[in-house]
Design a protein around this ligand. Structure first.
Ligand SMILES: Nc1nc2c(ncn2[C@@H]2O[C@H](COP(=O)(O)OP(=O)(O)OP(=O)(O)O)[C@@H](O)[C@H]2O)c(=O)[nH]1
Ligand SMILES: [Mg+2]
Length: 293
């Protein structure tokens, strides 16, 4: 139930909580006893907004590696501060681009380091190194299946640039002595602020239809205006974005991107969709949306 207070706090009321997410949580709780390490993935562009709120309650005190994905898309000057912030909180942190063939190996190295003690004890008993069981967890579209495919050296999990690709938990073998459990993205049922919801929409963690496109597009323009004016100029020919005169900005952007209808009228919806897709398709990159580190 939403309390009156909560309702006032969140202007954008999102009721997007597919049943499979609740199911994943229950299954994780059940599986936990056999898990050795948890790989918790967050998006390097939204290191705060993409962190699952109640994750520590869920995974208790298992060994955890915090993997910040999409390094190639973030603003390193800000995201590095977030990496430090989490390190200071005691996390083992890796900031990675999962799309290359080098970065993911850092996960293997760190995993081996973390289980050194376990395997040393086993070796004293004459036992072979343990097959390590890792749980891969994170919000939708953060790169869980991509990471697993890299570790497997082939496509064992489905990948796609939209949320909700993985629907069930599945154990997958990797090239290493590590078994990984792919899980569907988990989100919490209530977003604690509009900003978080908008950040998730901008990075395709929640479906396009969930939030009004113009609201998401204007949020992106405001962000670019404030922190990345060069992108605003280069991509949209806009020197400045003034929220009190959205029409003016949309007219300029519409002309630049060719969003003009037959009657020579700017197609505002197309402008909004283009801005959102520019981020999704990685034309807009080098940005970090969570600023308050
Ligand atoms: N640029 C970039 N794209 C990435 C990176 N990691 C993953 N992606 C892309 O992000 C999108 C989502 O990747 P998935 O691996 O399907 O994400 P997921 O977490 O399994 O998503 P769900 O199954 O929907 O929960 C895909 O288009 C990937 O190519 C990265 O480090 N950099
Ligand atoms: Mg997946």
């Amino acid at each position: 139930m939403t309390t009156k207070e909560e309702k006032n706090y969140t202007k954008i009321n999102i009721n997007w909580y597919p049943g499979h997410m609740e199911k994943t949580k229950r299954e994780i709780t059940k599986l936990l006893p056999i898990i050795d390490i948890v790989y918790e993935l967050i998006d390097a562009r939204i290191p705060f907004s993409s962190k699952i709120v109640d994750i520590d309650n869920l995974i208790k005190n298992k060994i955890k590696i915090l993997i910040m994905t999409k390094k190639d898309l973030c603003d390193l000057s800000i995201t590095n501060k977030w990496a430090k912030y989490y390190e200071n909180k005691g996390y083992k942190v890796l900031l990675l681009n999962l799309n290359n063939n080098i970065d993911y190996k850092k996960i293997i190295d760190l995993t081996n380091e973390v289980v050194k003690d376990i395997n040393y004890k086993r070796s004293l008993k004459g036992l072979k190194p343990k097959e390590i069981k890792c749980l891969v967890i994170g919000i939708p579209n953060v790169g869980k299946s991509t990471l697993i495919n890299k570790m497997a050296g082939k496509k064992v999990a489905n990948v796609g640039n939209k949320p909700g690709i993985t629907k069930v938990n599945s154990w997958l073998k990797t090239k290493y002595n590590i078994l990984v459990l792919d899980t569907p993205g988990i989100l919490w049922p209530k977003f604690s602020s509009d900003e978080i919801a908008l950040n998730l929409a901008c990075t395709s963690a929640i479906k396009n239809e969930v939030l009004p496109v113009d609201e998401v597009a204007i949020y992106i323009l405001n962000l670019l205006n404030k922190y990345y004016p060069r992108i605003l100029k280069e991509r949209y020919n806009l020197d400045d974005f003034d929220e009190t005169n959205i029409e003016y900005a949309y007219d300029i952007i519409g002309k630049k991107i060719g969003a003009i209808t037959k009657g020579n009228i700017i197609d505002y919806e197309k402008v909004s969709n283009t801005i959102i897709n520019d981020l999704k398709n990685e034309y807009i990159k080098g940005i970090t949306l969570d600023r308050g580190v």
